[in-house]
Design a protein around this ligand. Structure first.
Ligand code: PA5
Length: 447
């Protein structure tokens, strides 16, 4: 099996190899704690063995549902969800899609999202678009009580029923939620929607390899079996029986914790392929919500290079020296585009004639890494042989495993998110939600 790879050579001017390898024993214990469910947040460890436990019947079921929806000749599939109920599918679909698919008349549905914000204009514009399209939707919420998707779904549910009639609308809606609890479960049962269950022990940001992510990825026309196979192979190669020297999840956890200890408090996920923009958004949620607590944690940020070299590049090169970068690179692109020769050479680019565009991109990448390291920014490199379902599956599980390991090394519970409640409480108080009367009085007195 070819694997994605991790290279942290370009951090070794800042932290020593001995110090990184010094984490080996602790990470072995942390890995055992994840597998034996003996660490913090151990009721949310269903993701650890999730890839190897996905059955053939489950995959066939997601594929059958996707096909039934595609057979309705839908042009758009709307995924209603936020956080972990949206970012994984968005990350994978964007990474694998033609950048201009919707303008090229693709025969596969375009995946759009709702309930990932409360933008009134966004919702208005989406609803206007949907009036003109054939569509279906999934409503996804693990808790079944999250306000943003509930609000969007209330509007979109009425629209889809108005457009297709109640019975047909029911066949175009899939709910993905908790087995028993939450308003969405009740709604799905009473309306008779096809419903998938998010396992109790898999938290939102670790749920992309459940129907939360797999259904939309299948509807978009991508190979969920290859995605899961990639995750299966990475699950095996980061298991407790794999020594630190060969376990890339443990090594990544070790090097970023050592960098953090040395004062590097901000990790920037860098890509040189715009299709990975939302992969970094998924990664930011995974690491930000898992590690940012108890006054601790590396702040996860992201940039798209080379675009952002013309905006954030200056800061990264010469600003506060609290940064390190993790560069996601794709060894070979799918397409071959070469720079043509030009007789007049007025743009002076003939020195590039005959080269692939990717060769220019790769030299930008290498040149930037060297410059940033020289400027005091350590670089970690993660390479995918190709951008496809299989390697993305590896990458997803790699980051999940490393996140659990890294959170334990930091000493936090990587599987809760108590801080997310603070804004909700204030929002509900300000909106005068029943049950929040005291909080309403308190917050209004502060205005
Ligand atoms: O990681 C998490 O658990 C959260 O970020 C959730 O994904 C997010 O809050 C959405 O929650 P839900 O799926 O319950 O609507």
């Amino acid at each position: 099996m070819e694997k994605i790879s991790l290279n942290f050579e370009k951090t070794l001017d800042f932290v020593s190899k001995e110090a990184v390898f010094g984490y080996a024993e602790e990470l072995q214990k942390n890995n055992e704690a994840l597998h034996n469910k003996t660490g913090k947040g151990n009721d949310f460890l269903g993701w650890v063995n999730l890839p190897t436990s996905i059955s053939e019947a489950e995959l066939a079921d997601y594929e059958a549902t996707a096909k039934a929806l595609q057979d309705k000749k839908i042009e758009v599939f709307v995924v209603v969800g936020i956080g972990g109920s949206y970012l994984g599918a968005k990350a994978v679909v964007d990474a694998l899609s033609d950048s201009f698919a919707q303008l090229k008349g693709s025969d596969k549905p375009l995946i759009l999202f709702a309930g990932q914000n409360i933008g009134e204009d966004y919702l208005y514009e989406l609803r206007e678009l949907l009036k003109t399209k054939e569509y279906a939707m999934a409503v996804i919420s693990k808790s079944g009580t999250t306000t943003e998707p509930a609000l969007a779904f209330r509007l979109l549910k009425q629209d889809i029923e108005d457009k297709y009639g109640k019975e047909e609308a029911v066949s175009r809606i899939v709910a993905v939620t908790d087995a028993e609890r939450g308003a969405l479960k009740q709604l799905a049962t009473s309306e008779g929607y096809k419903t998938y269950v998010i396992p109790d022990d898999v938290g939102g940001r670790y749920s992309v390899l459940t129907p939360v992510g797999l259904l939309a990825i299948a509807v978009a026309g991508f190979d969920i079996r290859a995605l899961v196979q990639g995750a299966v192979d990475m699950e095996k190669s980061t298991g407790v029986d794999v020594p630190f020297e060969e376990n890339m999840a443990s090594q990544y956890a070790a090097v970023r914790n050592e960098l953090y200890k040395s004062g590097k408090m901000i990790e920037i996920m860098v890509n040189y392929n715009p299709k990975l923009h939302f992969f970094a958004e998924w990664w930011k949620q995974l690491y930000g919500e898992s590690e940012g607590k108890e006054g601790k944690g590396i702040f996860p940020a992201s940039v798209d290079f080379t675009s952002d070299l013309h905006s954030m590049g200056q800061y990264i090169q010469e600003g506060e020296r609290k940064l390190f970068e993790t560069v996601l690179t794709i060894a070979s692109p799918d397409r071959d585009v070469r720079v043509p020769s030009d007789e007049a050479n007025l743009d002076s680019l003939n020195y590039l004639a005959g080269k692939r565009v990717d060769e220019v991109n790769k030299m930008a990448e290498l040149g930037t890494m060297i410059a940033h390291v020289d400027g005091g920014v350590p670089n970690i490199l993660i390479e995918l042989p190709k951008m496809n379902e299989y390697y993305l599956g590896q990458l997803i599980y790699f980051f999940e495993k490393a996140c659990g390991l890294s959170g334990y090394t930091l000493g936090v519970n990587p599987f809760d998110q108590p801080g997310v409640e603070a804004y909700k409480k204030n929002m509900f108080a300000l909106l005068e939600k029943p049950g929040f009367e005291e909080a309403t009085k308190e917050i209004k007195a502060r205005l």
